[in-house]
Structure formats: C-alpha cells, structure tokens
Design a protein around this ligand. Structure first.
Ligand code: AMP
Length: 468
C-alpha cells in the first residue's frame, strides 16, 4: 500500500470578519492545483466547522454547503490525485479532535517516509481511517500537541519525523499556522488582506483577494498568523533548498511569483533559451494550449518567427493526464484539442509544449496536425526529458511510464511522429529559472533526489549529492 500521490493547493486566512467567502474565492483561484476534491474548515463558537467533497470548488463547496458556516479563521484545500484514489475520505482539510481541542490540516506534498512512519505509529497504537500521508501528518502533530500542549514545539518535533515535501496550513483551535518543509519543495507564501492575513500556495490568490504579497514562507519555517501580524519561527535548521522546477515549468499559474521568480517570466525565458539551443527553420511557432503558451511566446520572440494559435482547446473537456487507459487518453486528447485548419495547412511549424511524460498528447496532436495539412511539425519542449519518478507531489510515478526512459531523443521523435524534437537542456532550464542549481529539485530530470527515498532503488545513487 502507498499513500495517494498528489500535488494540491492550500490556503489559510485569518481576519476580523467571516473568512468563508475569501477561502472559497482563494480555492477557485488555485483550482488548477487540484480538481479532485475541495474543502474548508473554519473555527467559531468553540468548534470546527468543516465542509469537503469530491469535485470542483463550485460543486464541492456550493452555496448550500457553505452559506450557513462562518468564522474569522480557517483553512482550505484543493486536491489533485491519481485516478485510483478518489475516495471522499481523502478530501481535506483533515480534522482531529483531541484532548487539546481540534486540529485541522491542509497538506500539499508527499511524505516520503510515509510507510515507515505509519508502521511505527500503528505499532504504537495509533489508528488510521485513510491511506493518506496527510492523515499521518495530522496524527504526528496531535501526538506532539498532546505531549507538549505547545504548537510551535509540537511542529518542530513533527518536522524531525517527516521527510519529503509538505506545505501546510494548520488550524489548532482558533490559531492559524503555515509550515513549509525544510527544502521548500512546494510553494507557500504570505500576504496581507483587509484586516487580516493569508497564507497560500500561490501569490496569484493574494492579488485576487486585493491583498499585498509579503514574502514566501522560507524553507523549514513555521509561521503563526494573526489578523494584524505574524510571527516566524525556524522549524528546521537544514540548510539546503530544493524548490520544485516543475512548479515554474508546468504546475503553477503564470501570474504567480514563486520564490521570487514570476512563473510567466520563467516560461518565456525557457522559450527563448529553447530557440537558442534548438532552432528550427519554420514558418510559425505554435503553443500547445494552455501550458505551452508562454514558452512559445518566448520562442517566437527570440527566433523572430511569428507566433500563431493553431489549436482550439475545449476548456470544458476532462483532464486527459490521469485517465488510466492509453486508448481513453488518446480519445480524450482529440476531445480537448482541434487544429485550426487555415493556420496550419501547408505550413512548417514548431509546436511548443511544457513537458513530455508518456508522449500520448504530442503523438495524437501531431497526427491531427498532419491530417489538417501541416507540412512539417517540429517539437520543442520546455523541460528536459522526464526520466525519474516524482516522490514530492507531482503525478509522475513510474519509470516505465516515461517515454524518454530507454529511448534516445531520435527514438522519441519517431514515436511521436515529429520531424524533429528538441528539449531544453538542464543547464538551460537552470538559466531560465535563474537560481543556483543547488537550490532546485531537478529529480525528475536528473534522478538526484534531495531527500532519502525509502524503497527507491537508486539507479542514480552514484550521482546523489554527497551530503545526503
Ligand atoms: P503526456 O501525454 O503523458 O506526454 O503528458 C504530457 C502533457 O501533460 C503535457 O502537455 C503537460 O502539459 C501535461 N502534464 C505534465 N505533467 C503533468 C502532471 N503531473 N499532471 C497533469 N498534467 C501533466
């Protein structure tokens, strides 16, 4: 058994008024971080009020469910999971009632020593309702809270046990906390809103609340958030950062700023560097909407070749990535995208996507372009070949799923049916993000994990950073 792997979005808000509408709005803004389930918890009248359900925020947290709850402090969550783990039991916030009161947790990330820790806690008599690593986090924290009755001390102890990635919004009775794992793998930032504060996965939400971005929560930091101020504590003294590069490449909204780098800006620079590293003699540059758009704009600007929108995307179509069956995934791609014939007919084009995982999307899209009369289709990709699983919360799990594993670039080019294929180099990606290599998690493209991964047979052991 393993915990469901997911990357999610979290939020916590405290103010002098009812924060339910602001929590709801924030969850809509970070909906791209998870469409499987949504939930929120607020504390008022001495107790916790929680609503959570499967589905998009507008359905899971419809007016009939949230209109009669209110409170001036609360947290919220949107959940992204794989197809196999849709149980509503896994929807968050997770709540626990204990001798010190109530605890609610919203978690983004993956605890890599989940199985070991769960065994340890089971042996000590702790019971679990779900197979989720987030429930484990709540149990570890409640154990220390019961022991110390001091949230900061309890969270520091919790951090000595947890390994992996975690950006957390935590409500202990009416007190709100934000915690970021010692490597800062998943994003978390803090902002000021009218008579209050917000902690949230992405800064775009602070803009939507008419707030002011204050700063990122530092790796290993615990922040207690009050409506009129906040208090930072150092939760871990670990010194290495490892921000997930995939947040900038694909996962986050382009209008968010993560660890001082705007996502749109990084994507555009990736496109510019791609144009330099893998030029092509073509008539136009075309994005795979929506995620390849900024990359394609950068490519077009740097190469001087016109940018064109050649695909119409049905924004109401289902997500294709998590469908369990290959045939279904291919069908879903054609439901989602259609080429604009007049744009592509007779043309030589570069199409730009943020990443290739299985290669399903591009293979199908290229065959559609050819059917629509495209003369040459050259593919450029905004991340280096994905070759190793993500254990920190992005849904890319098994090596055999990656088309780049065991195939050369030429072979992948043949498999997807392109005229040429070029990936950005790892050095190019680091240049685009504009951070030292040692501050980034590049595990999915170089196999070097910043933390110990129990059970992972390290094919890349010899290249692991010496200090781990
Ligand atoms: P694939 O068809 O498996 O090569 O999927 C690659 C496409 O899915 C790219 O266009 C990405 O935009 C998108 N993608 C990449 N990683 C993920 C992920 N973890 N979850 C959902 N979509 C993804």
């Amino acid at each position: 058994m393993s915990g469901p792997k997911h990357s999610c979005g979290v939020v916590g808000i405290i103010a002098t008024y009812n924060v339910v509408p602001a929590l709801h709005k924030t969850l809509m803004i970070i909906q791209h971080r998870g469409q499987e389930s949504a939930g929120l918890s607020v504390f008022s009248d001495g107790r916790l009020h929680t609503v959570r359900d499967n589905g998009l925020v507008q359905f899971a947290l419809g007016p009939e469910k949230v209109n009669d709850i209110e409170g001036s402090v609360g947290i919220g969550h949107v959940r992204y999971s794989t197809a196999g783990s849709k149980s509503v039991l896994n929807a968050q916030p997770l709540t626990v009632t204990t001798s010190f009161g109530t605890l609610a947790i919203a978690h983004n990330g993956d605890i890599t020593n989940f199985l070991e820790l769960r065994e340890k806690y089971l042996a000590a008599g702790t019971s679990f309702l779900t197979d989720s690593d987030s429930e484990l986090v709540s149990k570890v924290l409640s154990k220390y809270m019961t022991q110390y009755n001091d949230p900061i001390r309890a969270m520091k102890s919790m951090m000595t046990e947890l390994e992996g990635s975690y950006a957390l919004a935590i409500l202990i009775n009416d007190r709100l906390f934000g915690v970021r794992d010692p490597y800062g793998i998943r994003p978390l930032c803090i902002g000021e809103i009218e008579d209050g504060h917000v902690i949230v996965s992405e800064s775009a939400a602070i803009d939507a609340l008419n707030g002011t971005f204050i700063r990122d929560v530092a790796p290993g930091e615990i922040i207690e958030v009050m409506h009129d101020h906040f208090i930072p504590y150092q939760g871990s003294s670990q010194k290495h950062k490892a921000h997930c590069m995939f947040e900038w490449v694909y996962f986050a909204r382009p209008d968010s700023v993560i660890d001082e780098r705007e996502v749109y800006d990084v994507r555009k620079r990736i496109g510019e560097i791609l144009a330099r590293e893998c030029p092509a003699d073509v008539d136009m540059i075309m994005p795979i909407p929506d995620s390849g758009r900024a990359h394609a704009i950068g490519f077009s600007i740097a190469s001087g070749v016109p940018y064109e929108e050649g695909f119409m995307k049905n924004r109401f179509a289902e997500r294709t990535f998590i469908l369990p069956d290959q045939k279904e995934r291919e069908l879903a791609v054609s439901m989602k995208m259609n080429p604009i014939k007049s744009t592509v007919e007779g043309k030589r084009m570069v199409i730009v996507d943020d990443s290739i995982v299985r290669g399903t999307t591009l293979k199908k899209l290229i065959s559609m372009l050819r059917k629509a009369g495209a003369r040459e289709v050259h593919v450029r990709v905004g991340s280096p070949p994905v070759i190793a699983p993500c254990y920190y919360g992005v849904d890319m799990k098994s090596r055999d799923q990656f088309v780049a594993n065991g195939h050369t670039v030429e072979e992948v080019c043949d498999i997807i049916g392109a005229d040429s294929l070029g990936y950005i180099s790892i050095e190019g990606l680091i240049e685009a993000i504009d951070k030292p290599e040692g501050d980034l998690c590049l595990a999915c493209v170089n196999g070097r994990y910043p933390t110990r991964i129990p059970g992972e047979v390290h094919r890349f052991q010899s290249t692991l950073r010496s200090e781990f």
